[in-house]
Write a protein that binds this ligand. Structure first.
Ligand SMILES: [Zn+2]
Length: 123
């Protein structure tokens, strides 16, 4: 599943371990330890998606348990909290690394310049 995968460096595809990603979430930009290029850590988009899915799942679980298991409300709350706690372990899998903005801007400019040059050379 593409949505739940540990992020890789957008420059050199270096793989980062689970706990490394977890620590990296505190920062906005990080220099890759392999290629020394900077990338941006994108946590917001993944988190929004993740928590939306999580909440829907928990609501569904609550409804199911409430109707079929006749669980005490406190038991229901406990189950919900445990499930939520477990699901938090998945957060690092929703993190994505993106090429650092300034860098990608430069790249894009260079790319366009090259394209224009080629175009000029042709005509
Ligand atoms: Zn790298």
């Amino acid at each position: 599943m593409k949505l739940l995968k540990l992020p890789v460096c957008p420059h050199c595809q270096a793989v980062y371990r689970y706990d490394e990603v977890k620590n990296m979430c505190r920062y906005r930009n990080i220099e890759c330890r392999h290629c020394k290029k900077v990338f941006t850590i994108e946590t917001r988009k993944g988190k929004i998606l993740f928590f939306t899915a999580d909440i829907l799942l928990l609501v569904g679980l609550n409804l199911l348990l409430f109707h079929f298991a006749e669980l005490h409300p406190i038991g229901l709350l406990l189950v919900t909290l445990i499930f939520f706690g477990i699901s938090l372990l998945l957060v690092p899998f929703t993190v994505r690394f993106r090429v650092y903005d300034k860098y990608s801007e430069k790249q894009l400019r260079q790319h366009n310049e090259r394209k224009q040059e080629r175009h000029k050379a042709k005509s």
